[in-house]
Design a protein around this ligand. Sequence first.
Ligand SMILES: Nc1ncnc2c1ncn2[C@@H]1O[C@H](COP(=O)(O)OP(=O)(O)OP(=O)(O)O)[C@@H](O)[C@H]1O
Length: 696
Amino acid sequence: MLLQEGTNKRISYLVLGDTIAKAVQIFMDLKIAIIPVLDGKGSLVSIFSRSSLYRAILNGATHQDIVDPYLIKEVISISDDISDEELADFVKVSPVGSVPVVNKEGKVIGLLCKTNMVMTLFRQSELLNGQLKAILDSMHNGVIAVDSSGIVTHLNIGASRILGLKSENYLGCGCNRLLPNLDLTPALVNGEVKIGLKYKHDNITMIVNITPLNIGGSIAGGIVIFQDLTDLEQAAKELETVKALNKTFDTVLNIIHDGIIVVDEKGKTALVNQAMADFLALPSKEMIGKHVTEIMADSRLHLVAGSGVSETSDVMTIQGKPIIVSRLPIVREGEVVGAVGKAVFPQLAEVRELADKIRLLENKVTFFQEELQRSKTAQDIMNNIVAESSEMKKLKEEITIVASSSSTVLITGESGTGKEGVAQAVHACSDRWKGPFIKVNCAAIPENLMEAEMFGYVGGAFTGAAKSGKQGRIEIADGGTLFLDEIGDMPLGLQSKLLRVLQDREFERLGSTKCIKVNVRIIAATNKNLHRAISEGQFRADLFYRLNVINLHLPPLRERWEDIKPLTHYFIGKFNNILKGNVKGIDDDTMAALLNYSWPGNIRELENVIERAVNYTRSGLIRLTHLPNQILSNSSSESQTNNGEIRHQDQIARIERNMIIVALEKAGGNKTKAAKILNLSRSRLYDKLNKYNLKN
Ligand SMILES: Nc1ncnc2c1ncn2[C@@H]1O[C@H](COP(=O)(O)OP(=O)(O)OP(=O)(O)O)[C@@H](O)[C@H]1O
């Protein structure tokens, strides 16, 4: 290679007997230092050099003389297959400036000129230098080259980076300036190689190698190579953390009862935890590296690793045992790199026990939710029954007791006393609260329609009957409560049919012989005196006794005056809401008038009076002017004479009754205090309370 570049192939030859003139001509034409001289066969025999020419001139030779006497006999030549190293050595030691290059056949193919050679070597060394610098700068390690005195002759980018050197030129300065206290003497003086020295400078821990540079048997300098250990230490710490995590991961995997198996993207088993190994009765070591189907023929884990689609809660049978499996793909940087399978081994007894517990808890939750709902509804309904008087308070207590049984209830009381509200409260507080509450107003349905309405009918049962037939109210009330309002008005014919329902909880639809069983609670209500109706033959005694299992009686409002005031406020609130009114209350005189009234229409009448008053008042207080005349004139049906005049003694009685009510109000119901206010003895007051039906 070197030879190629350094060989001059523009040459000419001389043969024995050629003239000096020819030689001079060649020197002039080709500017070469020697001319090879060949024999008749073309082989190199001698050389005619410039010094040969000078000798001929000194000997007085002319240009016509032949070259032969002046030739150099001992020819130095080199072969054309000489290696670069041999050539370099030759150039270094040979005293000659040019030599012929001879091929295998002994023919001269050119001349090697030492100057060309040196130039070529110089270019090569420049190239090498550049390559070496690039290599050094691309190294992560720091490299500093020093001469034999420890002066920096080169430092790479890695060294500048590690030592944090700025743009300053450090070439030519002592190595100690860059790496203080690093002893280079053993390398530079004794030629010792130092490997793996731990060296710290500027809080940087480094590992350093120092190698002497031996050139031609003497130490020409040294190379210091160093590496920043900070990164390594960091990496070592991270490795430790990863190791610790791995250990934790292993422990977790082996502690859980679920089986875990991991495969790579080709379905080869990469990990098996202890639970899985136990279940398969194979040591995990034996499974690692095997295709998952070799371990479990039916496995689909490799398919999940291929498709990337997870599969959850699948049931598989392995070795005759059922297991619940989930398979999840492992995705790394958007690519599926494997899959993990999780198997749950049902411990049947435990699972059953757990399922029972859950079922029990669910039942409890449902029960409590329903109870909460029921008590909310029941509470709302009960709250809407205003009860201040002891009779009504007692009645509310009875409602809650009665609600807990399924016995038939008969609610009695004058019209408008709140019988329907009580029936609804009994239903709402009972177990049947979720079932229907069906009301039948026995007085409102025409007698001829009553039977069909109550019992229902089948298609074509009578003229005008719907084709598909119809359910009766009793059937609709199945599972709930049937409220028979105004039971005293039920036609006699129907009473016997109802009796059967009460006795056997069964009946037939009109036109049908099919017996229908129902689970229904019956609550009846009446404002009639049923005893009288029985004696008049209007009501069946046996039905009465069947209905009157539990009797709830609502006293008329005039007998529970304590309820008038709270009811008034309750209705003011109710109608303020409905009518968007802003009535603040009622003034004392007007309240006294309400308390003094005998309320033949009971609560319904009071409700109507307040509705009317709220309509008139809209805001502020209800005053006497907002009340209807019959209340203002303190009239009551019983106290009017036939021609509508009010009897004198009735007027006095009403005034007295009114005074007692007001005194009781002021005394907060305390009769002794009320007697004092009225200036009466206690026994006198009791007499008057009896007289005016104000006992409570
Ligand atoms: N204690 C009470 N608290 C609040 N409102 C009541 C009370 N009692 C009855 N009411 C109200 O009075 C009105 C009449 O009550 P309900 O219709 O229940 O009487 P009833 O005795 O069934 O009458 P009827 O015998 O005429 O059917 C209803 O609007 C009801 O909400």
